[in-house]
Structure formats: structure tokens, C-alpha cells
Design a protein around this ligand. Structure first.
Ligand code: FES
Length: 104
């Protein structure tokens, strides 16, 4: 596992999500009440980018078929989704946001 600097804290507004990449891996980076979380950015149901979906409380709703995942755990909560999302550890050092992902 290794930490990768992916963004600055100002890049993600509270209650919002952006896409970042570590190598070839697309990752959704969320700001929930000033705390940062990361999941894989591709829905486990079909092919949709979750950063184009809707953040509500601590969940992300897929823009394609409205599947809902828990942002903190990756758990599939509602809709057609069954497989959980991969989640990643996030740390903040000053303004910089780091995500821990497995070595490729
Ligand atoms: Fe996300 Fe179908 S692609 S719910």
C-alpha cells in the first residue's frame, strides 16, 4: 500500500465529490462535513462514474440507475446495486489530500 497525493482540500466543496486518478484507477473523493472519504469511482452495477451522481448525507447515488452506496463503508444500500464499492483510506496533511491504494 502507498499514499498518493491526489488533490487539495479546496478542490472538493463540502457535500460534493470529484474524480481523481491514482495511476489508472479512477477514484471518487468526497467531502462530507469537512471530512474526506474515497471510493472507487465506477459503479459496481454497470458502467457509470459516481462523481457524476448525487451526494446525500453519507451516501452517493449513481447517476445511471440510482443505486445508492454508503460513502464511508462502500456498502450497497438500495436500488439495483449488490456489490459493495471498494473504499480507500484518506489522510489530510495541511491542505493536501492523500489516498492509500495498493501498489500496482
Ligand atoms: Fe450504477 Fe446501474 S450503473 S446503478
Amino acid at each position: 500500500m502507498a499514499w498518493h497525493k491526489v488533490a487539495s482540500s479546496q478542490d472538493v466543496e463540502e457535500g460534493n465529490v470529484i474524480e481523481v486518478k491514482v495511476g489508472e484507477t479512477p477514484i471518487a473523493l468526497y467531502n462530507i462535513d469537512g471530512e474526506f472519504y474515497a471510493t472507487h469511482n465506477i459503479c459496481t452495477h454497470a458502467y457509470a462514474c459516481l462523481h457524476e451522481g448525487y451526494v446525500e448525507d453519507e451516501t452517493i447515488e449513481c447517476p445511471l440507475h440510482q443505486g445508492i452506496f454508503d460513502i464511508k463503508t462502500g456498502e450497497a444500500l438500495e436500488g439495483p446495486v449488490e456489490e459493495p464499492l471498494e473504499t480507500y483510506s484518506v489522510k489530510r496533511e495541511g491542505e493536501e489530500i492523500y489516498i492509500e491504494v495498493p501498489e500496482e
